[in-house]
Design a protein around this ligand. Structure first.
Ligand code: LLP
Length: 463
């Protein structure tokens, strides 16, 4: 990043990025089903609905900003992943994308397992009745206390992330008189994002134990020796928002290589392989994610082929999609506040939330779509930037979008595909209150995570 000062102007307010769509969509009132939750549509009165409830009624009852989550869509996506992988594989929903007790119950009912990566996520899962043996516990720096709680609760697996942790988990298990099932997370030297992946260069990161240099083999040696551990498999997670399976192909090849080395050195064939999460979703109409059944087929074929080549029994596969299940199921509803046209550049549309409810645009330069949802409009499209109410010029929710030129304060606009990593990464910056999550299904809406209040803020501030 450049640290040099430069005059304000074009470098901040740059026009559309190269290769970005430059023409507005044919009809701003149309909702692309690719980016909106399954039950979202526009009623005859022009007002957008989810689960049969219109957004004006939702705004009135629950206020804005708020996340509205389509429960029917969530369950359908969870089920699609479960069905695609079948009985010989396991799907662990990655709770970091969004976790609440209602979500845990839906996952349980739909037959999915759960990946948690902190004591807080573990507590949420257990308090909502997820059976401990269907929970996987992750994290690159689990505390001794977290490890103890996970072992005591009887989680189905702990994913070991460092050499130190192998000893810590074994110690906890012995103290509790248990044998803990574990996987070892390895860094395969592949990093995949969206359309491209890079092999070999990405061992320089905090997660996992590198395959290169024999560290992973050493971790396996140690884990196999310790009585408190039952080593059941190898884990690899290669990135986020991935649309094709070529990165998984390289990862599977390398993981299976390790399984073969383990068989040759120790005479054991580990029964499981976890390929992590990272499957992409459509944030804008330009994104083209693949269906769960296509991904399941491709990953199963890759692992089977690699194992046949290495003369190994094909292990049980598991995956950990988070974003691909919850991401598309929710939208954030905002009320339009101030509107500032900047001649020759764009119009800044301020909403009543911002980087506190969606940090992804500021953090990753993420792209989102947006639509006017409280009415239709036949006005000309205007190039807009949707910004929040925070004291920060990087407080951008949607960087480039077309909205109708007659947009006015009080209109409701919605940003789709905000189910993953928005509420879960929300903050109280500027003491702005975190929005509620409202589940909508079959004409009914209910709060599953309530809106924060000023009392909540003051309760933490002990004076
Ligand atoms: N499994 C492991 C071990 C992971 O580290 C992750 C994500 C997942 C599964 C789920 O990945 P998903 O299917 O949701 O992409 N905050 C970022 C994403 C960070 C993901 C970290 N690990 C974002 O907003 O894009």
């Amino acid at each position: 990043m450049s640290r040099s000062a430069h005059p304000a102007g074009p470098r901040h307010a740059d026009v559309l990025p190269e290769g970005h769509y430059s023409a507005p969509p044919a009809d701003l009132n149309t909702l692309d089903p690719k980016v909106w939750a399954q039950t979202v549509d526009r009623g005859d009165d022009g007002v957008v609905r989810v689960g049969g409830v219109d957004v004006k009624a939702l705004a009135e009852e629950f206020g804005t900003p708020a996340y509205f989550l389509d429960e029917t869509d969530f369950r359908a996506r969870a089920r699609a992943w479960r069905t695609a992988f079948g009985q010989d594989a396991d799907v662990f929903y990655a709770g970091k994308a969004f976790l609440s007790r209602a979500v845990v119950r839906w996952l349980h009912e739909e037959g999915l397992n759960l990946d948690v990566c902190s004591g807080g996520e573990l507590a949420t899962a257990l308090s909502a009745g997820m059976p401990a043996d269907r929970i996987a516990f992750h994290g690159n720096n689990k505390s001794t206390e977290e490890i103890h709680r996970a072992v005591e609760a009887g989680v189905g697996r702990i994913v070991l992330d460092s050499l130190q942790e192998i000893v810590r988990v074994a110690h906890s298990a012995q103290e509790l008189g248990k044998r803990q099932r574990v996987q070892i997370r390895v860094t395969v030297g592949v990093e995949a994002h969206t359309h491209e992946f890079i092999a070999t260069a990405h061992e320089d990161q905090k997660f996992g134990i590198p395959l290169a240099g024999g560290q992973a083999a050493e971790a396996v040696r140690r884990a196999l020796k310790l009585d408190g551990l039952e080593l059941i498999g190898i884990h690899s997670h290669i990135g986020s928002q991935i649309f094709d399976t070529s990165g998984f192909e390289v990862a599977a090849h390398r993981v299976v290589g390790l399984l073969k080395d383990i068989r040759d050195e120790h005479g054991v064939e580990l029964p499981e392989i976890d390929l992590g999460g990272g499957l992409g979703i459509a944030y804008t109409s330009a994104d083209d994610p693949r269906e769960p059944h296509e991904i399941a087929k491709a990953l199963t074929e890759i692992v089977t082929r690699e194992c046949e080549g290495a003369r190994l029994r094909t292990p049980r596969i598991s995956v950990e999609p988070g974003r691909a299940i919850v991401g598309p199921t929710a939208f954030t509803l905002y009320e339009v506040g101030t509107i500032k046209p900047l001649d020759g550049l764009r119009t800044y549309v301020s909403v009543d939330g911002g980087m506190s409810d969606n940090i992804r645009t500021a953090l990753y330069d993420a792209e989102y779509s947006v639509a006017l949802v409280s009415r239709t409009s036949d006005a000309e499209p205007m190039l807009a930037r949707v910004v929040g109410k925070h004291c920060e010029s990087g407080d951008i929710v949607v960087k480039d979008a077309f909205l109708p030129a007659d947009l006015a304060p009080g209109d409701l606009i919605a940003v789709p595909a905000t189910g993953a990593y928005c509420r879960s990464m929300a903050s109280n910056y500027n003491h702005v209150l975190r929005p509620p999550v409202v589940a909508v299904k079959d004409g009914e809406a209910r709060v599953i995570v309530r809106r924060e209040t000023e009392d909540d803020l003051l309760r933490l501030d002990v004076g």
